[in-house]
Design a protein. Structure first.
Length: 220
């Protein structure tokens, strides 16, 4: 991702989010709950699901959030699939796109460059990339004997888990941990890190400089 100016603040809050999901939707639910409790000044204008009949769809429908299904067929091109993802996002006038356990690679269109962020359950560049998602990440952490892990929020680009890092939050890996206990601890960190990143973006406090993301002060 090339250098870009400070992202402009959202001048007419709340920030409008589109959330892309592929599974149970626990990250989506966390955002719904934070918004409902007035702890995140945002609204979710669209949910995009890459699979039918997943828990995330049920959660979105319960919160009366529009859902669009974007599944990639075997013969479908990446460009066509990506358009099926971003067309409803664009129509919903979303300011920022959240990849919340979205397991499909997408091409980010020009009008959403720098406006898509991903949450990954490890400290990138460790335990990331194609094939590292969900339980497989935490299994690898435990098998490697890592002493710390955590989560990473980063701007998404055209490959898996390689975009500039916005923030990371660490958690310990204990001697008697299992992948399940590590996953629970990391998810708690995700529930704090993602809304913090969204708030920074909404305030216009993020600036990408090459591989780095600067967090600007309020007055800058």
């Amino acid at each position: 991702m090339a250098d870009c100016p400070r992202n402009p603040p959202i001048t007419s809050p709340p920030i409008r989010l589109a959330v892309c999901v592929s599974g149970g939707g626990t990250t989506l639910q966390n955002l719904i709950d934070l918004i409902g409790a007035d702890k995140l000044d945002a609204t979710i204008s669209q949910v995009i699901a890459s699979r039918p009949k997943i828990g995330a769809i049920t959660r979105a429908e319960a919160a009366q959030i529009p859902v669009a299904l974007a599944t990639r067929g075997k013969s479908q091109s990446l460009a066509t699939f990506s358009a099926s993802v971003f067309d409803p996002i664009r129509e919903s006038k979303a300011d920022l796109v959240i990849l919340a356990g979205f397991l499909s690679l997408v091409e980010i269109p020009a009008d959403y460059t720098g406006r898509v962020i991903n949450i990954h359950p490890s400290l990138i560049p460790a335990f990331c990339g194609k094939g590292f998602h969900g339980a497989s990440v935490h299994q690898a952490v435990v098998e490697a004997g890592a002493k710390v892990t955590g989560c990473t929020v980063h701007f998404a680009d055209m490959t898996y888990d390689t975009g500039p890092i916005i923030l990371q939050q660490t958690v310990p890996v204990l001697d008697d941990d299992t992948p399940e206990t590590v996953a629970a601890r990391v998810f708690e960190a995700e529930c704090q890190a993602l809304p913090k990143a969204i708030a920074l973006y909404a305030a216009g406090r993020l600036k990408v400089e090459g591989r780095r993301v600067r967090t600007l002060g309020q007055a800058e």
